[in-house]
Design a protein. Sequence first.
Lengths: 187, 215
Amino acid sequence: MISWLTNKFKAVDTISDSILIRRIKRGDRNAFGKLYLKYLDAIYRYIYFRVRQDRQTAEDLSETVFFKAWEHIKTFEEKEGTFKPWLYMIAKNTIIDYFRKPQKTVPLKESLPYDGDSIEEKLIKDHEVKDLKHALNLLTDEQKQVITLKYIEEMPNYEIAKILDKNEEAVRALQSRALKKLRDILK
Amino acid sequence: MDNTEKEYAPLINQLKSLKAVKASDKFRERVALEMIPSLPSSASWLYLPTLSMRLAITCLLLIILGGGGLVFAAEKSYPGEPLYPVKKAIENVKLSLSKNPAVKMLLYLDNADKRIEELKETIKKDNNKEIKNITSDYESQVKEAVKEIKDIKDEKEHIIKKVNQQLENQSKRLEEIQQAAPTTFVPAIQKAIETSKEEQKALEPKEIPDLQPIR
């Protein structure tokens, strides 16, 4: 099944985002599928660490993000910036809408059992990583975002600044405070 | 690497390992097989390369439709309201523009869902004539959805399972509406429930009878 999907959306990395976006604006769902495969995991992680690592919620919201991206692709002007920050801004707003609704409490001390865990997730479930994930949950929402975007997704500060609607200096200051807090929690 | 990153290098390395967190294969597959093929085709309608072309078409539409909110308002309308025919017309146009049987099937099921919502609201207004139209339309939408399945080639078994789940969900919602509805509306809603259940049955794999041994 996955190899079928991989074959179907082959050569994702060789087609630039701008060519895909032009095709998507003409209604090409295949092109959208390529973009989705390229960005799904990054968007999923961004949401996952912000919704207290609740897998089901992260998946539901990820799906919403891509659906909204399709709906609003015609408003995306390439000259305004890359597609990636635009997609992250949709994710940011989707999470804001999610938090506005009454939430059921997800206990912090465990990752909820989930039979969809990937092999990679199973492999990284060791003690140190569990502590790190727990520590991330104790950061403020903004701190979680800068840590996720900078050190997990390895985005440059100018892109993070666009997503968070801050200047780069503010982003650097947030990163520094977040790293310090993480280190203090993990001591 | 700046000074902050040097100071926190071990922690940053640990954070990088969290890149292993990924969406499950099941989810990835479901979105690729269900959401993406069923994305509405509005993007292709409205893509125009230059700003001036977009402005020209927008102005024309505003003149013709008498206001940019018409289509949006129509989507929220119910039977008996002035904009309801526009809502139905939009549904029919979407269906006629779609060539993919999986997408058509999803559009029919989506229309069936809308009929159930309309039924709920229309019962409150006690409009018997509209109730019969809605339930009848619901039945047509469900039958058309199931007809489209025969033209689907990829992942048919998986799609049939999903359609069955949706029809089951619709039957349950109709039963809830029926329980709360006045007696005059019960037969029409019952017919809709029966249609939904018949179509679910039609999707079940047929049992091949055992061959009798030749004596």
